[in-house]
Design a protein around this ligand. Structure first.
Ligand SMILES: Nc1nc2c(ncn2[C@@H]2O[C@H](COP(=O)(O)OP(=O)(O)O)[C@@H](O)[C@H]2O)c(=O)[nH]1
Ligand SMILES: [Mg+2]
Length: 215
């Protein structure tokens, strides 16, 4: 059983490296957006697309178990999107991204957002070849999530804390969440946002621009 798990992951890692080479050759910034269901990944992407699409080439791969709802939302906001339905699967993998890349026809210097299946466990195990992993948590989820799902926070580069407009109504201590996450990953960056009010979104756009500069 252990051997089988290792084999699945090593095959995925091989395919992820192939994707990473493809992104590097085309100077494409690929971001793997991970979170529990409902933390606001699609909402963040919709706002980002509306704000940046005039000046930046943006593409989205949407992962969900069923439906094309998120890809439809993304397309409405103005960027090409492809939906991958994983069925009973709880994460995207390197081969799914490889197949989606063939269909999307992404030009050089684009940003590719990959919205993973909402789940703080399985997607952490599967490298997709992305340059950066962005974990989104929302203030309604509780500030102990970094302790309960450490591998996701350990493997992420940026943590977006969303729905700050709801902070007055919930028992979520931003400092506590950050402290727990830093215990696991001292290099993790944080941006606090509210998609609803727009607070913090400029900082996120600046972070994206900074990543493009170092490609
Ligand atoms: N109050 C509030 N609600 C939000 C915010 N961002 C997203 N939502 C809501 O949270 C729900 C889930 O958002 P969605 O983007 O579908 O999350 P996803 O499952 O991570 O893609 C939707 O009802 C959104 O309108 C926010 O900043 N503040
Ligand atoms: Mg979504």
């Amino acid at each position: 059983m252990v051997k089988l798990n290792l084999d699945i992951l090593s095959e995925n890692n091989r395919l992820a490296e192939r994707n990473r080479g493809w992104f590097e050759a085309k100077h494409v910034l690929a971001l793997n957006m991970v979170s529990s269901p409902g933390s606001g990944k699609t909402s963040i992407l919709e706002s980002t697309i509306r704000s940046m699409v005039e000046t930046q080439k943006l593409f989205v791969i949407e992962g969900d178990q069923q439906t094309t709802r998120d890809a439809d939302r993304i397309e409405k906001s103005g960027a090409p999107a492809i939906q991958i339905n994983t069925g009973s699967g709880c994460h995207l993998d390197g081969n799914m991204i490889h197949l989606a890349l063939k269909k999307l026809e992404i030009p050089e210097h684009a940003i590719l957002f990959i919205e993973n299946v909402g789940n703080l466990v399985c997607p952490a195990m599967f490298d997709l070849g992305e340059q950066k992993r962005v974990v989104v948590i929302s203030v309604t989820e509780g500030d102990d999530k970094p302790l309960k799902y450490p591998y996701m926070f350990e493997t992420s580069h940026l943590c977006i804390i969303n729905k700050t407009d709801l902070l007055p109504y919930v028992d979520f201590k931003v400092e506590t969440a950050m402290k727990y996450a830093r215990q696991i990953n001292p290099n993790l960056e944080f941006i606090m946002v509210s998609v609803k009010t727009g607070e913090g979104m400029d900082e996120w756009y600046e972070w994206l621009k900074k990543q493009l500069q170092v490609l």
